[in-house]
Ligand binder design. Structure first.
Ligand SMILES: NC(=O)c1ccc[n+]([C@@H]2O[C@H](COP(=O)([O-])OP(=O)(O)OC[C@H]3O[C@@H](n4cnc5c(N)ncnc54)[C@H](O)[C@@H]3O)[C@@H](O)[C@H]2O)c1
Length: 284
């Protein structure tokens, strides 16, 4: 099955980036948000970015306009009934996502594939509230969506090979690099591998083995990482990092995801990283 039209549900930080990425690749992209103001803000952000690219000479005015014309704001799922793929990017709340998919399932065409951009929730319980668990999949875009190439593609228990192939083909067309996660398991690939490293870096600083600067430098210079694990944690937000660690710790047990007291103190003190002006580093 070939995907031609897309519906993005939830036009916040991730949704607007996903919609822009889709329209830039020539897909008609319906955009919906339960909060009309958020939807309009998302559309305005896309327009701003496209206009910026036109000003920088990266797109002609005509190309920019063509992309913007492909973004179609809708106020109901009915208006986007022709979409072949729905990408959901609402708040990270399983009950809310299930409610959204239940509603979509009643309206969208039978062939339409449903995808969730969840960063950590399991796919199968969302698929289970629909009549199309075989046409249901996870697509974990990374932030900022327009820049980052990776998309983790997560198979639910009943996701079909056809669904996986169609979504991978779509992601290649939008210039992303899909990586298959064969099992719907906590942390998928990226957080499962990165979070223990970040956590160990925090414990290394907490135990006085080295400073944050030196831990990061060691990882950059020793392994050619573009950013140290603590720098990246500051960039993501230490509150978000703590939330992910707590979630993985609860789901997986053991101690590799056990948050360090230093991490908890930083978050409790409002040192959330780049966004608050201070985390492991101080930002101007
Ligand atoms: N922020 C990140 O770095 C990041 C990275 C990867 C994945 N994700 C995941 O992407 C999803 C969205 O995250 P975000 O950061 O864009 O959130 P956000 O808060 O920026 O945006 C969420 C949007 O969903 C809308 N919404 C809420 N309920 C809705 C409903 N019932 N129907 C339609 N729209 C609804 C809100 O109005 C809001 O505009 C989450 O599942 C998150 O875990 C986030």
């Amino acid at each position: 099955m070939s995907i031609e039209k897309v519906l993005v549900v939830g036009l916040g930080m991730m949704g607007h980036g996903i919609a822009q990425t889709s329209a830039q690749a020539g897909f008609t992209t319906y955009v919906y948000d339960s909060n009309e103001e958020s939807r309009n803000r998302g559309v305005a952000r896309i327009a701003e970015q496209i206009t910026g690219r036109v000003k920088k000479g990266k797109l002609t005015e005509e190309e920019g306009q063509r992309i913007l014309n492909l973004i179609v704001p809708v106020s109901s799922f009915e208006e986007a009934k022709k979409a072949d793929l729905v990408i959901e990017a609402v708040f990270e709340d399983l009950d809310l996502k299930r409610e959204v998919f239940r509603a979509l399932d009643k309206v969208m065409a039978d062939h339409t594939i449903f995808a969730s951009n969840t960063s950590a929730l399991p796919i199968s319980p969302m698929a289970a509230v629909t009549q199309r668990p075989d046409r249901f999949i996870g697509v974990h875009f990374h932030s900022p969506v327009v820049v980052m190439r990776l998309v983790e593609v997560i198979r639910g228990l009943r996701t079909s090979d056809e669904t996986l192939a169609a979504v991978q083909e779509f992601l290649q067309k939008v210039q992303k690099s899909p990586v298959e996660v064969k099992k719907d398991s906590p942390g998928f690939i990226t957080n499962r591998v990165y979070m223990p490293m970040f956590n160990e870096a925090v414990w290394t600083v907490y135990e006085g083995v080295s400073t944050a600067e030196d831990v990061d430098q060691a990882m950059r210079d020793g392994f050619n990482f573009p950013m140290g694990p603590l720098q990246l944690g500051d960039f993501v937000g230490l509150d978000t990092m703590l939330h992910i660690l707590e979630d993985l710790n609860e789901k997986c047990g053991g101690n590799k995801f056990l948050p360090c007291p230093l991490h908890r103190s930083l978050v409790a003190s409002g040192y959330l990283g780049r966004k608050s002006g201070r985390g492991f580093y101080v930002y101007e």
